[in-house]
Design a protein around this ligand. Structure first.
Ligand code: HEC
Length: 136
């Protein structure tokens, strides 16, 4: 009987030790994770590519691939296709300023700024240039 008591006692103590060891591990890794997820300027992790938060104006190509391609690569709803000179020649003949205005303000089924609300006018113009240059 006393042997059983001792055995239970040992198991109980062992359980406490293992239990608390596990809790400590979890606590430590939680603390490490908290530190690890903090990215300071100048750290390697801060230099990791973050397209959405990229500094500086987006290139015409970036704007095109991010927004315009949805309609302008397949010619959705009659959108002039990138790379198709026959689609763009009649547009270009209106003058590039008209195309800029239409791209920024919208034109029929062409939504204002091609639905890139965060794009600046210059970024939209760059995307128009990119499509014109790629459709000659
Ligand atoms: C939701 C689909 C859609 C998206 C997204 C879109 N366009 Fe368009 N776009 C169109 C359609 C449709 C037309 C043709 C409109 C017409 O001629 O009636 C068009 C026409 C144009 C034209 C020619 C306008 C003219 O006067 O002939 C330009 C320039 C243009 N889009 C630029 C862009 C740019 C730049 C982007 C991305 C920032 C973009 N579009 C994104 C659908 C889209």
């Amino acid at each position: 009987m006393s042997y059983m008591k001792k055995l239970f006692g040992i198991l109980f103590v062992a359980g406490l030790i293992t239990g608390s060891a596990v809790a400590d591990d979890a606590e430590v890794s939680a603390r490490i994770a908290a530190v690890g997820s903090t990215c300071m300027q100048g750290d390697d992790c801060a230099a990791a590519p973050a397209p959405a938060a990229a500094a500086g104006p987006k290139s015409g190509k970036d704007v095109y691939t991010g927004f315009c391609t949805t309609c302008h690569s397949a010619g959705l709803m009659g959108a002039p296709k990138l790379g198709t000179a026959a689609d763009w020649a009649p547009r270009a003949s209106k003058g590039v300023d008209t195309l800029y205005t239409h791209a920024i303000a919208g034109f029929n089924a062409m939504p204002p700024k091609g639905m890139c609300a965060a794009c600046s006018d210059d970024e939209i113009k760059a995307a128009v240039d990119y499509m014109l240059d790629g459709s000659k």
